[in-house]
Write a protein that binds this ligand. Structure first.
Ligand SMILES: *Cc1c(COP(=O)(O)O)cnc(C)c1O
Length: 424
């Protein structure tokens, strides 16, 4: 009998994982709170919420109960022509807490589908209104909106999507609003917007996640949103990563005065337990689909659209997220990060230390260009793992994005590991 690692090696192909040299894959036996228990008994602190999804810790009992209860009652049903309590309840509650006046909830099953739906919804909005000339989309350089073709098209044209360049649609990629050079972004945005052929602007509000936890100011985003609205361009906030408390507010869009017309959610939506995606829109967008002409229908859906177990789990996660206890934990993390960010200024190899809410990032200054394939990346990843901490640097960018249940002791262990590595 082969052990788990060998069987994995024989049959499984892992995401975002170079296959040569043979990757080191760690079998996880179980997990609780912020702790991953490996098969060999080692314990690892999950400081990145298992790819930014987990909010309330692993093995959360309240979520497990909600999943089990729903699985016994109604595990799944076709969502065309049928509905169920968990999906309706979740939609009602999301509309209640989302910024601005989001009005309708469209379900899918991951972050990439949430953004695909957002873009299709926007394109067809103009098509339905007979404004077919509006077919362009504005995105930021360095953006990440998922790995499907539409999402790749509006994402950064970098090494990850290079084999697919010939298949991606053309977009108006404007410069990322780097601090001090915001005017460039605003000027170019205005120029493109004034052409009159733009349907939508898609953006990760305040933090570009996969692009390297790059953070920009609410002020510049507000200005871009205002220009977009002036020109009738739909604003699509991709809050797949920033949603559900990560930025210190429930949603990053709360930091701006101008609110999105379409919002994309996933990751933290179910507290990180099950796959679920949501795209919401304001009434104006939905109204363009309120027509007798069958050709004006939004013909989009997925087999597992609004899966009842996933929706029930999302409701359970929302219960916890909105509790005073969880809101306090979020603010605690924010404060602790602030103290650590200050301290990190003195680390020998640290630069560009930055924070937005519960997300803290700093760059390992090894004198190389920052990129995902940066040599420091593997060194950093391995160094933290050896110390029993899961941090998964993006190039030379090390970031902490913890579940909200992380204890003071665990957070201090993460800080200490970073201090150690950044001073060596
Ligand atoms: C992760 C992510 C996505 C894609 O979500 P998946 O569930 O991985 O497909 C889209 N947008 C942003 C901002 C993300 O961080």
């Amino acid at each position: 009998m082969m052990d788990l690692k060998e069987r994995d090696r024989k049959y499984v192909w892992h995401p975002f994982t170079p296959q040569r040299p043979q990757p080191e894959i760690l079998p996880v036996k179980k997990a609780f709170d912020c702790t991953l228990v490996l098969e060999d008994g080692r314990e690892v602190i999950d400081a990145i919420s298992s790819w930014w999804v987990n909010l309330h810790g692993h093995g959360n009992k309240y979520i497990a109960e909600a999943a089990a209860k729903q699985a016994r009652e109604l595990e799944h049903v076709i969502f065309a022509g049928f509905t169920h309590e968990p999906a309706v309840q979740l939609a009602e509650r999301l509309i209640g807490v989302l910024p601005g006046d989001q009005a309708k909830v469209f379900y899918s099953d991951n972050g990439s589908t949430a953004t695909e739906v957002g873009m299709k919804m926007a394109f067809q909005y103009f098509w339905n209104k007979g404004e077919q000339h509006r077919r362009r989309i504005i995105s930021f350089e360095g953006a990440y909106h998922g790995d499907t073709f539409g999402a790749m098209s509006v994402g950064d044209r970098g090494p990850f999507s290079q084999p697919f360049f010939p298949y991606l649609f053309d977009v108006d990629a404007i410069p990322y609003p780097e601090s001090g050079k915001e005017y460039r972004t605003i000027e170019q945005f205005r120029e493109v917007a004034e052409r009159g052929d733009v349907a939508a602007f898609i953006y990760e509000p305040l933090v570009q996640g996969s692009g390297g936890m790059r953070m920009y100011s609410p002020k510049v985003l507000d200005e871009l949103l205002s220009v977009a609205k002036e020109h009738g361009i739909l604003c699509i906030a991709d809050e797949v990563m920033t949603g559900f408390g990560r930025t210190g507010n429930l949603f990053a869009s709360e930091y701006m005065e101008h609110k999105p017309d379409i919002m994309c959610l996933s990751k933290g939506l179910t507290g990180g337990t099950l796959a679920l995606g949501v795209t919401t829109c304001v009434e104006k967008v939905y109204e363009a689909y309120l027509q007798e002409d069958i050709m004006k229908t939004f013909f989009h859906g997925h087999s597992f659209t609004a899966n009842p177990i996933a929706c029930a789990v999302a409701n359970a996660s929302l219960d916890m997220l909105l509790s005073l206890e969880c809101q306090d934990s979020i603010q605690e993390i924010v404060k602790r990060h602030e103290v650590f960010a200050e301290k990190a200024q003195s680390f020998a190899f640290a630069k560009n230390i930055r924070q937005r809410g519960t997300i803290l990032a700093l760059e390992y200054d090894a004198g190389e260009q920052a990129s995902y394939f940066n040599k420091s990346r593997n060194y950093l990843y391995e160094s933290f793992l050896k110390k029993g901490i899961l941090l998964r640097p993006l190039g030379n960018v090390v970031y902490i994005l913890p579940p909200y249940v992380i204890s003071e002791k665990e957070l201090n262990a993460v800080y200490a590991a970073i201090e150690d590595v950044f001073n060596q």
